[in-house]
Design a protein around this ligand. Structure first.
Ligand code: ADP
Ligand code: MG
Length: 306
């Protein structure tokens, strides 16, 4: 359904996507996994042909560069940042997009039905919960019944109830045979929704794998935060990355995901290379569905073993 070959996108100074190729069969579900800045959003935009990129993308056999409009008609896209008029009612919002895409209103109603929003047409957008807003975006993306749905971190701004609603909705769409590509920061989501994972780092595809291979034993993965001597953080991140650890280098230290019974390994690995760890703390289990502790960004919790 999707055939991507040698996709490369260079911004002025940054090689955001670096020679990345993959195939996705009809009905398949692919997760894009990687730290902030790994290139997930840029890859998605290249797939959709929204800006010029090197390489080729075919969607349902159609070349995105040559026939962008036709190719994009096969894809429903849900961007990370949603933009709706807060005053609009849900019914008029979906009607607007039905007219824009020249589809029958009955199709718009079906699309609302598919995301569980039938009956809410008179609600204003500003009164919708985060999960409902995200489902409305999904309904709009699916209004012309495209075979492929592409989502950029569909749950990143949602609480756990909202995440559950969105994941359940996407599961149903998978059951209906839709092909899915989504970027995510959450292992639980990837395990539930994806059958394949592209692990990206600094624009490169470093691993093409399955959720089961990435997280062999769901319960035993822990995230821990390492506090490194100041000035050594970047080197520590580099060393751990090269050592095969999945890390996230955020504003407040390095987060490493590690199997429960191997928690000392990353520290030993660093010590052997002359880098001291000042302190560490264990974060919540990456598979717990609780909200993260105050002050800890969700995205920093969910990097795990490759
Ligand atoms: P992700 O979605 O995985 O967080 P992005 O695709 O947003 O990553 O970004 C990949 C890299 O490309 C980052 O270094 C980012 O700063 C850079 N980048 C993204 N968009 C632009 C842009 N429009 N102009 C310049 N650099 C960009
Ligand atoms: Mg992104």
């Amino acid at each position: 359904m999707i055939e991507a070959r040698h996709i490369t996108k260079q911004f002025k100074r940054v090689l955001a996507v670096n020679d990345l190729s993959f195939d996705l069969e009809p009905g398949g579900s692919l997760a894009l996994w990687g730290s902030n800045g790994a290139g997930k959003t840029t890859l998605i935009r290249c797939l959709l042909g929204v800006f010029p990129c090197k390489g080729t993308v075919r969607i349902d056999g159609i070349d995105v560069r040559r026939s962008g409009k036709h190719a994009r008609a096969r894809v429903g896209y849900v961007p990370q940042e949603l933009a709706f008029h807060d005053d609009a009612r849900l019914g008029s919002a979906i009607r607007f997009f039905a007219e824009l895409r020249r589809v029958e209103l009955i199709q718009a109603a079906r699309s609302l039905e598919a995301v569980g929003l039938r009956g809410h047409e008179s609600k204003r957008v500003r009164d919708l919960s985060g999960g409902m807003k995200q489902r409305l975006a999904l309904a709009i993306a699916m209004i012309a019944d495209p075979p492929v749905i592409v989502l950029d971190e569909p749950t990143s701004n949602l609480d756990s109830a909202g995440r559950g609603e969105v994941v359940d909705t996407l599961l149903k769409l998978r059951e209906q045979g839709k092909t899915l590509i989504f970027a995510s920061h959450r292992p639980d989501e990837v395990i539930t929704l994806a059958d394949r994972v592209l692990v990206m780092e600094q624009g490169r595809l470093v691993q093409q794998t399955t959720p089961e291979a990435l997280w062999p034993s769901r319960s035993s993965i822990r995230s821990m935060r390492l506090y490194i001597e100041q000035g050594d953080e970047y080197r520590a991140a580099e060393i751990l990355r090269e050592g095969g650890y999945a890390i996230n280098h955020g504003n407040s230290g390095l987060t490493v995901a590690i199997e429960q019974h191997r928690k000392a390994e990353p520290m030993n690995h660093l010590a052997e290379r002359g880098i001291g760890v000042r302190d560490f703390e264990l974060l919540r289990d990456v598979h717990d569905d609780d909200e993260p502790e105050i002050g800890i960004a969700t995205e920093q919790l969910s990097e795990v073993l490759p």
